[in-house]
Design a protein around this ligand. Structure first.
Ligand code: HEM
Length: 420
């Protein structure tokens, strides 16, 4: 049975209600779409209708989210011709390129065992030990950006001045992008993220970054440096296990997966802490609480909701009392699983001391975020340094005046005016 005809099965599985339309909008910056609580109460897997007209499953609860994300009968391979998409299957230039030129080495979209071959090549780049070596560089970058903010007056847009450039510059350090190229690299990554306002410009920026990375790898081939690209060139590329094209696509994947996510978490986390002054005061009094606060902010904000968690059953499989047929689309609602009261008491409350490390903000299973240790280090340094160096940081804007974005399933802020 395919996705298209599966609505007929609703009566058979006891979910007689007309499927709700998906995706749903966030209406409050502190909460996922309000319908999620109702879906979660209805069941761990619920059927919804996407704009193309197809009916898919959404996974609402924490335990079943982990089950779906670890079941080998559920695929993430978006190059499958019948892989579920939200809208009509358009063969846009962008989609074509993603499925062909950018696919080789882009292991986030691959199933085992192919996925594991590529991921294994990068594991040592993201260990806690390696990330600890990057910390002084991250700290220096954060300090420099704050120096610039302070030198520029008594107010700034935190998205533009800090949230966007910090992760971009950290990825430059990781990949070994030379200083002289950083402005070019940053302007293109910024344009790439403006996708909802300017899809054509975003596509062009993607292709320019891809070409830039291609050239960077070529230059590095002549003289491999002591950085991620250099090590991959000396290791798997030299051994004939990794092609030039796959290496370029892997670096592009790191940029795409690591940039917007972290860039959104920085201003959103600052905003959330400013709106919870008691908890912020506790962290200022005891900075050892920052790592725990980062976990709770990741859970509470769930910036990656369903967009990274699109899956398809490739065999019949029973999960949460529902029978998924081969071909059924299955999207995990990360933001719902992270508010599951079965796992997090007072799930709708921010509690920076709760110990939230078992959230699914970084996913679960074989695709669990490879860059999570780096993301944790960046967020911890970003929040702590900002609040230490600008103790009277504030926003004078009410919630209604702030501009949030949720396009494409990633939650963020378009801008965040702050002053001190
Ligand atoms: C707050 C920041 C971040 C969040 C919330 C986040 C979230 C996620 C999530 C949910 C996944 C799982 C996708 C899936 O199941 O298909 C993922 C995968 C991934 N992330 Fe992150 N991420 C963050 C930062 C980073 C950083 C900084 C990097 C690297 C520079 C990175 C690199 C990756 C890669 C390579 C994958 C694919 C892993 C695989 O398929 O094996 N992420 N991330």
């Amino acid at each position: 049975m395919t996705m298209q005809d599966s609505p007929d099965r609703d009566a058979a599985v006891g979910d007689a209600a007309t499927p709700r339309s998906f995706p749903m909008a966030r209406r409050c910056p502190y909460a996922p779409p309000p319908e999620y609580a109702e879906l979660r109460a209805r069941g761990p897997l619920v059927r919804v209708q996407v704009p193309s007209g197809a009916v898919i499953w959404v996974v609402t609860r924490h335990a079943e989210a982990q089950q779906v994300l670890t079941d080998p009968r559920i695929s993430t391979d978006t190059s499958r011709p019948d892989f579920p998409v939200l809208g009509k299957r358009e063969h846009s230039e962008y989609e074509q390129v993603m499925r062909t030129k950018l696919h080789e080495g882009s292991f986030i979209d691959m199933d085992a065992p192919e996925h594991d071959i590529y991921r294994r090549m990068l594991i040592t780049e993201f260990t806690v030990r390696r990330i600890n070596q990057l910390r002084p560089g991250i700290q220096q970058t954060a300090d420099q950006l704050i120096d610039d903010m302070l030198a520029g007056g008594a107010s700034a847009d935190l998205v533009e001045a800090f949230g966007l450039p910090l992760p971009s510059l950290v990825i430059c350090q990781l990949l070994g992008v030379p200083y002289a190229d950083r402005e070019y690299f940053q302007s293109r990554t910024r344009r790439m993220l403006a996708s909802s306002d300017d899809p054509r410009g975003a596509y062009e920026a993607i292709m320019e970054i891809r070409d830039y990375l291609d050239d960077l790898v070529r230059r590095a081939t002549r003289d491999p440096g002591d950085n991620l690209i250099g090590r991959l060139l000396r290791g798997p590329v030299a051994a004939g296990e990794l092609s030039h094209n796959a290496l370029v696509n892997m670096t592009f994947l790191l940029l795409v997966a690591g940039h917007e996510t972290t860039a959104n978490m920085i201003p959103l986390g600052v905003f959330t802490l400013l709106r919870n002054p008691d908890q912020l005061a506790g962290l200022r009094a005891d900075p050892t609480g920052w790592p725990g606060a980062v976990e709770e902010l990741l859970r509470y904000l769930s910036v990656v909701d369903w967009v990274a968690f699109d899956r398809m059953a490739i065999e019949d499989v029973e999960i949460g009392g529902q029978l998924l047929r081969a071909g059924d689309g299955v999207f995990v609602l990360g933001a719902s699983a992270n508010r599951d009261e079965r796992v997090f008491a007072n799930a709708d409350e921010l509690e920076v001391g709760r110990g939230a490390r078992h959230h699914v903000a970084f996913g679960y299973g074989i695709h669990q975020c490879l860059g999570q240790n780096l993301a944790r280090a960046e967020l911890e340094i970003a929040y702590r340094t900002l609040f230490e160096r600008i103790p009277d940081l504030r926003t004078d804007e009410p919630d209604e005046a702030l501009s949030f974005k949720y396009g494409g399933g990633i939650f963020g802020m378009n801008s965040f005016p702050v002053s001190w």
